[in-house]
Design a protein around this ligand. Structure first.
Ligand code: ZN
Length: 376
């Protein structure tokens, strides 16, 4: 077994360990991440009647509209599953895909096969590559951990904007509690609606302005969610979602080709999770994903431990290929990448952030909800 795995104290129940400073253990040696997840899983449990209610709400709101919901499709298993179920429930979705220039060919094929077999409309938002590259470059230079903040932020913006444009109130996401319900440790990720952080980092490390990149900040969230009443739904939660079963179903129904690992539908995501995160930040996200599968009874802990014994990239050939692709696409030399890996991490908050603003507004919102409940 990998030696480094034993250097850290790890949970008795899942794979989370002290590579995150945010972990605490109870008297049984169980960590806060799996303990919280078990509560969350219970709280988000959905019944058949919850699903019926949701579908009839979507249908009734969507009357006389071209589409009644948006389904964001990355090409990954979770979002493809969400789209299949939406169609099976008799909904009329507009599938939305965002292309940040790093899509894997496999993902492209999976999306087009699925769209064809379901006969739904697809809107692909292509992000200006030069601009995106410039933003990624700035994030790399800033030595912040969450480079994928750019993708996640833009994806939210694109989905909400389109929903608003077509007057659609429901965004059905492939995000789900069953495979993603573990909270990502705060020191592994950054607050995703942080438009200010993106602007500040870009201003500091780039001489180009943000022109077309679809930013999404706290006030955008308030506008779309509270004023426009657009709802972001974790759709697979309504179907007792199990990853393996979903892959099988997708393979049968739309000639889906599975990925070797979670989030590997995008080459940058793959290189980020498989190379940059472990080598520069000492973070192996497999611990989180596999723990999630263990606690939701989708994988045996021994099997997960066996996977953890393997390197993040299953073979060096793939790692080499992705590294070369990254260097070519970012126009970096090998030396530049080496230097980057060596430089120390800087916190996102150092550059300016709207996380505090979000936290304060969120607190007010929760309190208002409590008051509303008290007074009926
Ligand atoms: Zn745990």
């Amino acid at each position: 077994m990998n030696k480094s795995y034993f250097k850290y104290q790890s949970c008795n129940r899942c794979l989370m360990d002290t590579t995150t400073s945010k972990i605490v253990f109870n008297e049984n040696g169980f960590c806060n991440f799996c303990t919280d997840f078990i509560v969350r899983q219970k709280n988000t449990e959905k019944t058949v009647s919850d699903l019926d209610k949701l579908i009839s709400e979507i249908k009734s709101d969507g009357k006389n509209k071209k589409y009644d919901c948006i389904v964001g499709v990355s090409g990954g298993v979770d979002s493809c599953f969400a789209l299949i179920r939406a169609v099976e429930c008799g909904l009329r979705p507009l599938a939305v895909h965002m292309d940040n220039g790093w899509n894997s060919e496999l993902a492209q094929n999976n999306i087009s096969n699925l769209i064809r077999s379901l006969n739904v409309d697809l809107h692909t938002h292509v992000i200006n590559w030069e601009e995106y590259k410039n933003l990624q470059e700035a994030f790399l230079k800033a030595n912040v951990i969450d480079i994928e903040l750019l993708y996640d932020n833009a994806m939210a913006a694109v989905n909400y904007k389109l929903a608003n444009k077509f007057n659609i109130k429901y965004i059905l996401s492939g995000m789900n509690t069953s495979t993603e319900g573990f909270k990502i440790p705060d020191d592994w990720v950054w607050f995703k609606n942080d438009a200010r952080n993106i602007k500040k980092i870009t201003k500091k490390f780039s001489n180009q302005k943000i022109k077309t990149f679809p930013l999404f900040g706290t006030f955008d969230f308030i506008y779309y969610e509270i004023v426009k009443k657009i709802k972001w739904i974790l759709f697979p939660d309504y179907f007792n979602y199990k990853k393996d079963e979903a892959v099988k179903e997708l393979e049968e129904k739309s000639n889906f080709k599975k990925y070797p690992y979670k989030h590997y539908d995008n080459v940058f995501t793959r290189f980020y999770q498989g190379y940059i995160l472990p080598k520069k930040f000492g973070v192996d996200k497999r611990k989180l994903h596999l723990s999630n599968l263990i606690i939701s009874n989708q994988m045996d802990k021994n099997e997960a431990l066996r996977i953890m014994q393997k390197p993040v990239y299953e073979n060096l050939e793939d790692e080499k290929k992705d590294k070369e692709y990254f260097l070519k696409k970012m126009k970096w030399s090998e030396k530049e990448l080496e230097n980057y890996l060596f430089e120390k991490e800087v916190s996102h908050s150092f550059y300016g952030s709207e996380r505090e603003l979000w936290n304060s507004l969120h607190k007010i919102y929760i309190n208002l909800k409590k008051i509303k409940k008290l007074f009926g």
